[in-house]
Design a protein around this ligand. Sequence first.
Ligand code: GLU
Length: 429
Amino acid sequence: MTDLFEGATGIIDEALTYASVSEDTVERLKHPQSALAVSIPVRMDDGSLRTFRGYRVRYNDARGPAKGGIRFHPDVTIEEVQTLAFWMTIKCAVVDIPYGGGKGGVTVQPKDLSMAELERLSRGFIDGIADAIGPDIDIPAPDVYTNAMIMGWMMDEYAIIKRAKTPAVITGKPLSLGGSLGRDTATADGGFFITQTLAPKILGDASGPRTAAVQGFGNAGMTMAELLHDAGWTVVAVSDSKGGIHAPEGLHIPSVAKVKRESRALRGVYCEGSVCETVDHKVITNEELLALDVDLLVPAALENAITEDNAADVKARMIVELANGPITPEADEALYQRGITVIPDVLANAGGVTVSYFEWVQNRQGYAWTAQQVRDRLQDRMVEQAMGVWERSGGGHNMSLRVTAYALALERIGAAVDATGHKETFQGR
Ligand code: GLU
């Protein structure tokens, strides 16, 4: 197994020091329940046939059906999907929603495909994994480089296979197909609610606007930058996979977001159009962004952004992990030793799966909630669970927020595992 999975599950041992959990639970969490690998033959627009590899891992469903997104990315491997499925198991327990964890992925550069090829690939993936998913089994959703339109195709394909409309099989759908209001901004909304709750405790009283840098300008990162900007933060830098822009006095995020939405790349704002005219900025690399002297750093791209090689360069006082796994275990330890508070992914980005849960509930009720209902329920849950972790960790002084979140999750998963009997139940009987 790869370092990513070993690194991810390695924290279980540390969290066990602070949690009372049966041996059975630990044993169950060491291995994925099932890992399905499929080949997806896709007819390309030029008439040729190309085969893509896809995966769906159900890591653990002790607390309910598995839940987790589908990623389309050239670097997808089964080990990565398995690790992401493990994180989903922990994440759903941290915010106390009645799900286990799963994840899917297809190894593909989606930017190289036409829309029609992308649709055939999305439908072909569902054809391959249809027996392994379902509203009471395992419920996919969007992840890196997948979106509402792709979820719509996938839901439609599942309906064709089952000969029944089954909206609750997948979340993050378009509104017109049973999606939930607020799902598209939910990951950032959740991270923002937690940031606003914990920033005064971590950073102390602000004498002026606080500064932030956001690495990754996709759905989560861009929305987070907008929310921070609107709340009076000075967002000094943002970046995407091609590089970043930096302005010490603050970027005008609404303009950057507008250009990004239109051009699909930050490159488009480098020296043309409105942003350059309103804000004097310079081009920086992702590495330079991670090393900026800011109050808040938000990694919102992919795994392994902060490693033992660059952790010492980080100057932020607080990090909110909107991406999954952006900090390696070695870097995490180094940051903790330096007193930098990390709000871990399994808490910080759990707003997405929380509103996915709300979407699934609405689908099963056949009754749509208002945007305000979704927002209020998301805020209540995120703030309550974040405060629970914060207090249990002694404000991050007794143990890191990550270890605390894992301890809490292990206890919740353990309660479900043990409810069907554990070692002591059966010993000597
Ligand atoms: N892909 C998102 C995550 O990593 C959302 C998963 C979901 O909504 O099921 O949390």
